[in-house]
Design a protein around this ligand. Structure first.
Ligand code: G
Ligand code: G
Ligand code: NA
Length: 250
């Protein structure tokens, strides 16, 4: 059976797809600030599939808009029923090709009753590189409506400071590959410091991704990185587990 057909059925029947949530922490206080939603697919015969196995397929076969809206709605609904301050959702560049993307997102938020301030949208550097007026307009509309934009995997693409100024983003997420080398390569330490200082200069917040060691956490705190995400603090978990974790924390 073709994976595409199975994905169509999963989307139409609403079965098999789930979201895992990975908390994002305040570096200084250690409290949970929000959580990133990560899609999972429990395939009936192939087992649990990671997004790498089916996001590309969904993009190619015209299924990403439907999948993406399902992710946004599911994460938004989760935010409403839990104490999480905000949820972050990954959005594919392909979803931005639809001029009505922002309109769909705001309609969904309105329908479920979630304030836009409780949603963050994670985009990739590749999206900014397309340098398209339509995408610029969509990002402007989303931000004007109160949704925050985070730039994922920062440092691995080609975005320049001028792109950051043109588009305006609220947050930089430092790519895991830099975090992994922290404290082991002085050049990487300097790059991470520069990213954090750049973010401050442009009024953006910074999240370090893939934090796995106490040493990395200590350096990131010293460099003034405001938010941390990674296995050291917490792995991605089912919605119910995060709800319990938030309840225990208060
Ligand atoms: O969850 P995992 O660590 O396996 O994620 C692998 C990649 O899939 C990450 O780069 C992540 O950004 C991406 N990803 C996870 N969930 C979604 C989603 O809902 N939509 C899109 N477009 N990408 C996602
Ligand atoms: O590209 P993006 O940042 O969306 O990727 C998130 C991916 O990183 C998910 O697949 C998630 O499971 C994974 N991830 C989250 N924290 C860690 C970590 O501390 N170490 C590693 N190796 N992967 C992580
Ligand atoms: Na992400």
């Amino acid at each position: 059976r073709a994976l595409e057909q199975d994905l169509r059925e999963a989307l139409n029947g609403g079965t098999g797809l789930t979201l895992a949530y990975q908390p994002i922490y305040d570096t200084v206080t250690g409290s949970i600030l929000g959580a990133e939603a990560l899609v999972r697919w429990e395939h009936t015969s192939r087992g649990r599939l990671s997004p790498d196995k089916f996001i590309g397929l969904a993009e190619e076969r015209g299924l990403i808009n439907q999948l993406g809206l399902w992710v946004l709605r599911t994460a938004g609904t989760y935010a409403l029923t839990s104490d999480i301050p905000w949820v972050a959702v990954n959005v594919s560049p392909v979803q931005f090709r639809d001029d009505r993307f922002a309109q769909h997102v705001f309609a969904m938020l309105e329908e479920i009753g979630l304030p836009p301030q409780r949603l963050e949208i994670e985009i990739t550097e590749g999206l900014l590189l397309q340098n398209s007026p339509g995408i610029q307009q969509t990002l402007r509309t989303l931000r004007a409506g109160g949704i925050r934009i985070a730039l994922d995997d920062f440092g691995t693409g080609y975005s320049s400071i001028s792109y950051l100024r043109t588009y305006g983003v609220d947050k930089l997420k430092i790519d895991q590959s830099f975090v992994a080398q922290l404290g082991r390569d002085t050049e990487v330490d300097s790059i991470v410091r520069a990213i954090i200082d750049l973010a401050k200069a442009m009024n953006m917040t910074v999240t370090a991704e893939g934090v796995e060691t106490v040493g990395q956490r200590g350096l990131l705190e010293k460099l003034g990185c405001g938010q941390l995400q990674g296995y050291l603090l917490s792995r991605p978990m089912p919605a119910e587990a995060l709800t319990d974790l938030l309840r225990d924390a208060t």
